[in-house]
Ligand binder design. Structure first.
Ligand code: FAD
Length: 463
């Protein structure tokens, strides 16, 4: 109701929360609005990906495709060029620079916001959200005891903590075991033998740290079920694919088998037309939400079991600089990639012995490591979460996990579906767990779309 103060609380001031806030500041609801952005870390507009770290990790997407504003696709590149005049759209720039950009984006939106909206940034950890009745305001509770009454709440909590292998139970507290590589500053020395569990993006970040000084690089082994490493990113044109893929994919999306062969067909077609298979993958990725929603549930299960590892590898790519580091470590015999299945972890004084079965064999192999680093990636199954907020939300029925353990059930605009099957109407989610409904919802490009649509909805008169 115009005239009455409306309060919108955003929980989590990482990428998604910041983009929702900046969009609301630029185009606010019609009446007086109090916008509260609650972040538990010291800084907003960073999140796990773009936080300041002692190592200059790189973005895995070229600068020209990292704008947080869809109407200004070169915004990040232009920001970067003010800091690094030689930067080009094809460069893979430091992730901390991207954090600075998000900070500037929020600040600029705050400074130019009209008078009827006010942003309040609060440092704290949200532990609960309560609802007395479906259409009444929500109560947001912080660990400190502070509370906010909110007309609308946006959950933008980011990636959950990393998953861990069931076999790792015996070493969770062992000093050689690193359960969350983002929780510490990684340091290595030449005498160490290190095992990375996983061979995808997190593992690539760890290899990047280890390879920063080749003379001191440890002996690294990286192991995953298939032993696949994301391929090199190329300067391909993301919108170049002009095949009639749309109709083909839609027709194929009722069956996983047809879908897989259609994607292969499109990739071959892209190459035959003188392009790059990456163009076809980007094309499929842009259609992923529609395809995912059409795919029968039994095929989604089969996809997760049999195809996901391959899709994730081809869909994520590594900066050429990083591939060079992989190659340098391999030629110096400091990096070995294995495909296999871990059977057991055995604590051996200050080392950990790992028993695994190499893929395609029935024998096992054992080796001791000075460090075992869990690079499996986030555990999206909120039913298993130990986060007080997720526990609170699931226990009081404000949200429900999706059946496949990919996140939570959401309706249009990320409206959180409650235990009675109702979406929202005043509780929303934006972030990587949208994958339960959209499959591809991880990269800045996809999340910015969801954040913009949600901000546009919140800016309407809704009560
Ligand atoms: C290491 C890494 C690198 C990535 N690199 C790229 C890349 O190069 N290009 C790309 O397109 N995408 C990349 N991504 C993917 C994507 O951009 C990020 O995952 C994106 O930042 C997700 O945004 P988010 O807001 O959902 O989560 P985050 O940005 O992590 O923000 C969540 C925020 O919520 C806060 N929070 C959580 N719980 C609470 C609570 N209870 N109370 C208060 N605050 C809370 C957290 O402290 C955090 O700041 C990367 C992801 C990761 C993890």
């Amino acid at each position: 109701m115009a005239g009455l103060l409306r309060t919108i609380v955003i929980v989590g001031g990482g990428f998604s929360g910041t983009v929702v806030a900046a969009n609301l500041l630029r185009r606010p609801p019609p009446g007086p609005t109090r916008l509260v952005l609650i972040e538990r870390a010291d800084e907003v507009a960073r999140g796990a990906a773009y936080a300041e770290r002692s190592f200059p990790y790189l973005l895995n997407v070229p600068a020209s495709r990292m704008s947080a504003t869809s109407t200004a696709p070169k915004q990040f590149l232009e920001f970067a060029q003010r800091r690094i005049p030689k930067a080009t759209g094809e460069d893979f720039l430091p992730r901390t620079l991207y954090g600075e950009y998000l900070n500037e984006l929020l600040l600029a939106a705050q400074l130019s916001a009209p008078n009827n909206i006010r942003l309040e940034i609060v440092k704290g950890t949200v532990t609960g959200v309560r609802r007395i009745e479906r259409h009444l305001p929500l109560q947001v509770e912080l660990e400190s005891g502070r509370r906010f009454t909110a007309d609308d709440v946006v959950l933008a909590l980011g990636n959950p903590k990393p998953a861990s292998l069931p076999a790792a139970k015996s070493v969770l507290d062992h000093p050689a075991y690193v359960g969350d590589p983002w929780a510490i500053d990684l340091k290595f020395n030449r005498n160490q033998t290190v095992l990375l569990i996983g061979t995808s993006l997190t593992s690539a970040d760890v290899v990047n740290v280890a390879a920063s000084d080749l003379q001191r690089a440890p002996n690294i082994h990286a192991l995953s079920r298939h032993g696949l490493v994301p391929p090199r990113q190329t300067p391909f044109r993301p919108d170049a694919f002009k095949g009639d893929g749309n109709a083909l994919l839609l027709a194929a999306s009722a069956s996983l088998r047809r879908l897989v062969s259609s994607v292969r067909l499109l990739a071959n077609e892209a190459e035959q037309m003188g392009g790059d298979w990456r163009e076809a993958i980007t094309f499929v990725r842009n259609m992923a939400p529609t395809i995912w929603q059409r795919l029968p549930e039994r095929d989604r299960v089969r996809f997760l079991r049999h195809v996901r590892a391959h899709w994730d590898i081809y869909r994520h790519r590594l900066p050429p600089e990083l591939i060079q580091k992989f190659d340098a470590l391999k030629s110096a015999q400091r990096l070995t990639i294995h495909a296999g299945h871990i059977k057991e972890f055995i604590p051996r004084d200050d080392r950990i012995e790992v028993i695994w079965r190499p893929r395609g064999t029935d024998r096992t192999r054992a080796q001791q490591f000075d460090r075992v680093i869990n690079c499996i990636g986030p555990d999206y199954a909120i039913a298993r979460s130990t986060e007080p907020l997720w526990r609170n939300l699931t226990q009081c029925g404000l949200c429900v996990p999706d059946k496949l353990g990919l996140g939570l059930r959401t309706g249009p605009h990320g409206a959180v579906i409650d235990a009675d099957g109702w979406p929202g109407p005043h509780l929303f989610y934006v972030g990587p767990m949208l994958r339960a409904d959209h499959w591809e919802a991880t990269a800045a490009h996809e999340l910015r779309g969801h954040a913009e649509k949600l901000a546009a909805l919140l800016a309407t008169e809704r009560r």
